[in-house]
Design a protein around this ligand. Structure first.
Ligand code: SF4
Length: 287
């Protein structure tokens, strides 16, 4: 009788966008365990979801093949039957083409799950490419509350999505409503390393959770009071001249003139047409 061997296979957890480096223990084609891979750049820890990979992998309810419903939706028994990929793709393509021919591509809306918290991370680009090729502008994402401002507000404002902080060289790290131990393990381990070499941690959070515990400064805002705190901090920076004027002039509207009477930005029409405009001030104070 041959004794089967356990193999350690290097890889990464694909269950969310963090893509933590991992070692997978496999025997007889069965996944037995997922462990951290400290030698991997993002592999110093795995969260509970990553560690549960063997349970997810072997769950009897996991859908492994294309399944076709054979009973109407009103039936309590869907009557699922297994079909080949060829049959499934041909069926779906035929139905989509029929709708597009009759009503136009816009008549189809595509539902996509979040690429941040699911294995969709590695395939979302292909799905989006397919939807564009199909011609529909209607994509409905299920996503986190943090997603759209992270990806789009920053891009509209600064020209790119939010980049990763340089934790490795930071002396102070401000975590504003961000608890990486719960949502982005790789960042949490980088912050732990920065802290171990002396970086200060400032946490803005109503709850004493995650890095708010033991932070050098815990700023316990009431829910909804982040705006006043941000304005107060911005005012402090201006009062102390602790800002990069060249950067602000180039990358923000902080150097624009502001009308004292309305608080609106000064426009050309104000200078040419509104003789009654009250005195103007510079928003940016001299240093
Ligand atoms: S944070 Fe958890 S789920 Fe996400 S990649 Fe890492 S181990 Fe997997």
């Amino acid at each position: 009788m041959s004794i089967s061997e356990t193999q350690d296979i290097p890889g990464f957890c694909c269950l969310c966008r963090s893509r933590c480096g991992a070692t997978f223990e496999v025997r007889d084609g069965q996944l037995l365990a997922a462990r951290p891979a400290p030698e991997h750049p993002t592999g110093k820890a795995l969260c509970l979801k990553g560690k549960a990979a063997p349970e997810i992998w072997s769950n009897p309810d996991r859908v492994l093949y294309p399944m076709r419903r054979t009973n109407p939706k009103s039936s309590s028994d869907p009557g699922w039957e297994r079909v080949s990929w060829e049959a499934a793709l041909t069926d779906i393509a035929g139905r989509l083409n029929k709708i597009r021919t009759k009503h136009g591509a816009e008549a189809v809306g595509f539902g996509v799950t979040t690429p941040s918290g699911t294995p969709m991370s590695d395939s979302i680009d292909w799905v989006e490419r397919f939807i564009r090729l199909f011609g529909s502008p209607n994509t409905v994402y299920g996503t986190e509350i943090c997603n759209w401002h992270k990806d789009h507000a920053h891009r509209f404002t600064y020209g790119s999505g939010i980049l990763f902080p340089d934790y490795g060289n930071a002396d102070a790290i401000l975590l504003w409503g961000f608890n990486p131990s719960a949502v982005w393990l790789d960042q949490a381990t980088q912050i732990a390393e920065a802290r171990a070499r002396g970086a200060k941690i400032i946490s803005v959070d109503p709850r004493r959770a995650g890095y708010a515990q033991g932070a050098d400064h815990w700023m316990r805002v009431l829910p909804g009071q982040d705006g006043p705190l941000a304005l107060g901090l911005a005012n402090l920076l201006i009062e102390r001249g602790a800002y990069d004027a060249d950067f602000l002039r180039r990358w923000s509207n902080a150097s624009f003139l502001v009308r004292e009477d309305t608080g609106e930005f000064l426009r050309e029409s104000d200078l040419n047409g509104d003789a009654g405009a009250k005195p103007l001030c510079r928003r940016e104070r001299s240093r």
